[in-house]
Design a protein around this ligand. Structure first.
Ligand code: GDP
Length: 299
């Protein structure tokens, strides 16, 4: 992820730091190139415009031009701008799971990595947080998805269980049964893995909204595939209109993508990115850190 962008920015910065003094024209030219690089990385146009305007205000003017290392200073300003774009250094990436059983609802399109991410989060909470976790699949149209979740629960160890599957139940009924089982079983966290579709449709949204109403989740996470670029951003925006989303998980960050979705998500939706999926295995999950990602982009 971000390889092409990283290389482009590296070239622009080499040019800036290679010369001693910088004029406002040099800085403006560099910003024009950065603008193109971000657009080519598939970052949403309004996000790019806002970023360039902010960076320009800080980078053009006496302070940078007169500084001892003007090129370095521009790089620092761009870095700060990227951290800002990604939600800032103090962005809250923790999960609110304080009143057991805390319900975490997982939403997203089919294939986005929702079920895998549910398993990854369950493993993390049981191992690092010592939580007792229950997983319930509400994907009644895809028996394979229900079985996949049960298999993941088994792989997570003793503190993670899956709700037994009862054929013929509606998603809302499963949600109620899961809530009861979580209360009776003394679980700390209940994950509701909702059904996805290959594209957004009204029925999926209505079903997900109904489940949110019943389960009153403390966290509702949208899982989006970072490799799908602006489609992922549009998906997040549409889900956010209908569901009380509290955060985002971007999957396939280990893939070879341009990175535009990751860079636009926060600014377009206003939602914090909480986790990054970085592999197919259950330990392939990173807590999101804006500074780390910005640092990686700038090399
Ligand atoms: P769902 O339909 O949204 O529940 O998607 P799944 O969880 O079944 O994931 C679809 C595919 O994506 C599976 O083959 C997963 O192993 C894979 N996958 C999920 N997250 C990641 C990730 O972060 N990186 C990679 N490389 N693959 C992932």
């Amino acid at each position: 992820m971000f390889d092409a962008l990283s290389e482009r920015l590296g070239g622009i910065f080499d040019n800036l730091t290679g010369r001693g003094a910088l004029s406002d024209k040099d800085v403006s030219e560099a910003l024009r190139e950065i603008r193109v690089a971000l657009l080519e990385a598939d970052v949403a146009l309004p996000v790019v415009k806002d970023f360039i305007a902010k960076v320009k205000t800080r980078a053009v003017g006496e302070e940078v031009i007169r500084s001892v290392k003007p090129g370095q200073q521009v790089i620092k300003i761009v870095y700060d701008g990227l951290v800002d774009m990604l939600g800032g250094e103090d962005a809250d990436t923790s999960l609110r799971i304080d009143s057991p059983p805390a319900v975490v609802m997982m939403a997203g399109l089919q294939g986005s990595g929702k079920t895998t991410t549910t398993g990854k989060l369950a493993k993390r909470l049981s191992e690092k947080g010592r939580k007792k976790v229950l997983l319930a699949s509400l994907d009644v149209r895809r028996p394979a998805a229900m079985e996949q979740l049960a298999i993941l629960a088994d792989q997570c160890g003793d503190s993670v269980s899956s709700l037994p599957i009862i054929q013929g139940q509606l998603p809302a009924d499963i949600a109620r049964r899961a809530l009861n089982a979580a209360k009776i079983g003394g679980y700390d966290v209940l994950f509701l893995d909702t059904a996805g579709r290959t594209s957004i449709d009204e029925q999926m949204m209505t079903e997900a909204a109904e489940i949110a109403e019943i389960a009153q989740p403390q966290e509702t996470l949208l899982v989006a595939d970072a490799l799908t670029g602006q489609d992922a951003v549009e998906t997040a925006r549409r889900f956010h209109e209908r569901l009380p989303l509290t955060g985002l998980v971007l999957t396939r960050m280990d893939g070879d993508g341009r990175g535009g979705a990751a860079l636009s998500m926060r600014a377009v939706t206003g939602l914090p990115i909480k986790f990054l999926g970085v592999g197919e295995k259950l330990d392939g999950l990173d807590t999101f850190d804006a500074q780390r990602v910005a640092g990686r982009i700038l090399g």
